[in-house]
Every structure is written in structure tokens, then in C-alpha cells.
Design a protein around this ligand. Sequence first.
Ligand code: KG4
Ligand code: ZN
Length: 346
Amino acid sequence: MGCPWVWVFLNMLVLGVESSCDETGVALYDSTRGLLAHALYSQIAMHNDYGGVVPELASRDHIRRVLPLTRQVLTESGCALADIDGIAYTQGPGLAGALLVGAGMARALAYALNIPAVGVHHLEGHLLSPLISDTPPAFPFVALLVSGGHTQLMLVEGVGRYALLGETLDDAAGEAFDKTAQLLGLGYPGGPVLSQLADSGDATRFTLPRPMLHSGDFDFSFSGLKTAVLTLVKKAGLEAAPDIAAAFQAAAVDVLVGKSLAACKHSAALRLVVAGGVGANRRLRAELTARAAQRGIEVFYPKLEFCTDNGAMIAFAGAQRMAQGGITDLWFAVKPRWELATLEAV
Ligand code: KG4
Ligand code: ZN
């Protein structure tokens, strides 16, 4: 294995592998040329029949996809296996069996190529994804992480320097979108389809609660909102689904925007980064950008394709970690549960 001190300063081509949940993502990131190629296979259609992710099916499908996707990014980028300098894989949090597929493949390939491998925190991947850009935000910034499994506000001072400001006490924002979509008889995952339906609804017909909006801290709670939707569905019926979807989206977005701006004020931050699947929500983007601008705060979003799970963010985060010398030995274990705030700069 090459000496890490040589590694730190040279150009690096990093293969990134994401397999924490229901998407297999592979990408090649070059530390000077940027993202060279990325490929994704989504298992959404397979899990849709079950109304949610079936872990065992997810693991088996990752096994089927990960090598063809790796070949695809090599072909698209015109690179050979021998050109790769390091491999980054999602080490956690996520589904244990699914994580093991990416981790096992990445570690085995790194061993065969005699190059280093690094396990990446999935949320660090999301958090740094807006930096895969020609105009990345400078540190420090406040980050709103809104995915299917997490809702967190973090103060980010550099790679590995994350302070948790607040998080959800129950459901994640994406989970609230998914559960509300389920109550409205929409498919899985519910976020994109619910937000589409909301666009055709009247957001002013019903008013839903804004949980914890004025709680004075940076924590969230979305489970009460879901219960309020259930009560409303029983009262107004599914004919009112577009208006209920619009009312839910307005309430969820209002809370996310209000808390994010409060966190910026508290941290005296003028930059806000939004990452994770819910960051693709158009109403959230429009409202956050507009209300932040009134306070002189600039908001940065990942490209739409990098909001949901992908290999590019893992390759990118892995490259940052390797640049810091964060290279681990051959021993590996996945971490299905892993707090982002426990990460440290190398
Ligand atoms: O970050 P992600 O791909 O997976 C996790 O790491 O959890 O996020 C997936 C979540 C799902 O809950 C999905 O419903 C939500 O992001 N989502 C959206 C939108 N697109 C995806 N929620 C609201 N509006 C969207 N446009
Ligand atoms: Zn994710």
C-alpha cells in the first residue's frame, strides 16, 4: 500500500460506492478534474410492491448492480481499474446487509489493486454534496440535512468539523413526506409524488400545525403532523388529497425554513447548505432561497441528481478524507447506526 504522506499531496482518482439503502451508486471523482462519471441504479420499483424497503431484497440487488455500475463508470470516463488511486464506500449508517455489499466489494477491490480504501459516513456524503460544484460554498456554513432517515441542523466548520445544532425527536422530514403520501394512497417513496400532487392543490384550504416552530431550539418533530394529516383525511376524504398534500407540504416547509434561518442567526452564518432527498423539494427550495435572501443569507443546494443517494457524494467525501490522510487499514466493519456529530477531522 502506498505511503499516506505521498498520497496526501498528489492528485487522486477515487472510486465511490454507495449501497446503504435502496440505491446502488458508483462514481469516479478526480481531485483536480472533478467528477468524471457517476452511475446509479434505483431499486424503488422493486420495493414499491411492498410499500417500503425490504432489506434482504435490497442487499441482493446491490450485489447484482455494483460491478456492472463500476464497469459503466470506468467506460464512461475512459479510465482503467489501474488508474484508480483509492476507493471510498459508505460505511454507515444504513441497512447492515446493504452496507456490507459495498464495503466488501470496495475493500476486496482495493486489496486486489493494492490501493487504500476509506469508509465514508453516508450523511457526510450528503452534507458535502453541494461542494461538488464549480461554485462551492466556503466554510463555515449551517447545513440542513433532510433525508428519509435523518433531519438535522449542523454547524459545519470544515471537513470532519460538525457540531449538531438540532435534530428531529421522532420522524425524519422525508419519512413524514413518505408516511403522508401513504395516508393519501400515493406510492413509495412518497416525497416526489406528494410534492407533485401538492402543486395542483390549494395550500390555503386547510391549515396544519407547525410543530416546534417556536420551541426556541433547533429540534424538529414531525410525527404530530402526520397524525393531523390522518385526522384531516378522515374528515375531508381522499377527494381533498391535493389540498391536504399542499397543506402538509406548506407546514413541513415552513418548519424547515423557520428552523434553518434561526440556526443561521444563532451561528451568525451567512451560508446555508441543504442536503438529502427532501432538498429536492421545489417549494422548500423556493421558500428557503427567498426568505434567506431577505436576511442576506445565501443558500446552496446539491444538483438535483445528488440530493438523493448517489455514488458521487461518497467518492467526493472519500477524496476529502483521503486528502486529510484518513486512510484506514484492511480491517473493516459497517456501522448501521452512526452519529454524524461523532466524526472528527483527521
Ligand atoms: O437522502 P435520501 O435519498 O435517502 C436517505 O438517505 O434517507 O432521501 C430520500 C427521501 C425520501 O423520504 C423521499 O420521499 C424524499 O427524500 N424526497 C422528497 C423529494 N424527493 C425525495 N421529499 C420531498 N420532496 C421531494 N421532491
Ligand atoms: Zn441518503
